[in-house]
Design a protein around this ligand. Structure first.
Ligand SMILES: [Zn+2]
Length: 407
């Protein structure tokens, strides 16, 4: 039976959007949480961009040590040989390569440089190069697949498969599809080409989650595995993309969705912590009505609702707040508070680590970790979270690499 896997693209697609920024340390923490949550893959980098290099190497070393669990770290680049070459040189071994397939983009973006035939040729060259130069898994992305002529999309996917692609990414780049249209198209693609399909859906018409699920169902019904692309809190280009938590909730609790089997060993109790961390890192508040993790999701006030929820939570709640890792009271100190950061000293620093229950090593190493914490805070321009402080103390070498940018 074909199954559904999750690929989170926050660390690539969300961070490329206008005014949405995460520091390398924060991107690393995100990989850590995604691993803890049990996702299949994180699209974690732009391997052709030089300032990503130390972050990539540090994260691949951490992956080697097993701190991300089974999470696959995959990079994204254009489907051209030069980009694939640079990406493999960065150490990345799992790759998605991307090229536009719609006539709109072929005619008005490539403007005569490429036509339909040349697009396939370029993609095949890049895919073949990746395959014969040590790529581990290879996804081929059809950008603007939803506005691509179906016969041509099938031809493109067939060529990708023959060139060694493991998956084809169906990109609804502009959020143009509807649940009905994407279901029909991915089912047809699956039946004709028999290649696993990734669903990459944007939210311009407010349908990203619905489209991702309908598209995944189309792929499953067509007989292939599907890989849903998500971002944390749905952040991404323009109106964003498929929200990770909403998508998991929809598959677990939506009508008849349970027949779609999820392959990943998902631990939804990480959801609340993950959503809050990404909100903090991006500086973008979680909407009060955000599915699963919004402030109002388990709040009831209207007489009939409060009465009903108190009698039996199932009157007004589809799922339990505990299943999302909610329910703990948050500690907000109102008296004296010692923090550590960019200009912190050794006494405050020791105090903060004691508070979070981390014992520090001998003096020299402690000074080194203090310095790293100062750098980290200078790097994120935010007070560090407990998990960030723990990470720096337990992986100082990799933290040091990840914090280093050499222009
Ligand atoms: Zn996208």
């Amino acid at each position: 039976m074909p199954k559904i896997y999750f690929i989170d693209v926050t660390n690539r697609d969300a961070v490329q959007a206008s005014r949405i920024i995460m520091a390398k340390l924060q991107k690393t923490m995100l990989n850590f949480y995604l691993g803890e949550m049990g996702l299949h893959q994180s699209e974690f980098s732009f391997p052709t961009v030089r300032h990503e290099r130390n972050y990539i190497q540090g994260n691949l070393e951490l992956k080697e040590q097993g701190i991300f669990g089974d999470l696959v770290l995959e990079g994204w680049c254009r489907a051209i040989v030069g980009d694939v070459k640079d990406s493999l040189a960065s150490g990345v071994r799992d790759l998605n390569i991307s090229i536009s397939t719609s006539d709109q983009m072929i005619l008005h973006k490539f403007r005569g440089k490429l036509d339909r035939e040349k697009v396939i040729h370029e993609m095949v060259e890049a895919a073949s190069y990746a395959r014969s130069n040590g790529v581990n898994t290879l996804g081929v992305n059809a950008e603007d697949a939803s506005r691509t002529d179906m016969a041509y999309l099938i031809e493109f996917a067939q060529a990708a498969k023959e060139a060694g692609a493991d998956r084809i990414r169906y990109c609804d780049t502009l959020g143009y599809d509807t649940p009905m249209s994407i279901y029909e198209r991915t089912k047809a693609l699956a039946e004709k080409v028999k290649i696993p399909i990734e669903l990459h859906c944007h939210n311009d018409l407010g349908m990203a989650v619905a489209n991702a699920i309908a598209g995944a169902k189309g792929a499953l019904d067509g007989g292939v595995d599907s890989y849903i692309n998500t971002s944390v809190n749905g952040v991404g280009e323009r109106a964003g993309q498929t929200d990770l938590v909403s998508c998991i909730l929809a598959l677990k609790f939506g009508r008849d969705m349970q027949e779609c089997e999820i392959a990943d060993p998902l631990n939804l109790t990480v959801a609340d912590k993950l959503a809050k961390y990404v909100s903090y890192a991006f500086g973008i508040p979680i909407p009060i009505n955000q599915p699963g993790v919004g402030f109002n999701i388990f709040a009831h006030e209207a007489g009939i609702h409060a009465d009903g929820a108190l009698k039996d939570r199932r009157n007004y709640e589809l799922f339990e707040y505990e299943s999302l890792g909610r329910g703990e009271d948050e500690r907000i100190p109102t008296g004296r508070m010692i923090t550590t950061g960019e200009f912190g000293g050794i006494a405050g620093f020791r105090h903060v680590y004691e508070e979070i229950g981390v014992s520090l090593p001998d003096d020299d190493s402690t000074k080194h970790i203090l310095e790293l914490v100062q750098f980290a805070s200078a790097h994120t321009q935010l007070p560090l979270t407990d998990d960030e402080l723990c990470f720096i103390a337990s992986h100082p070498e990799e933290a040091s690499k990840i914090l280093t940018l050499n222009p």
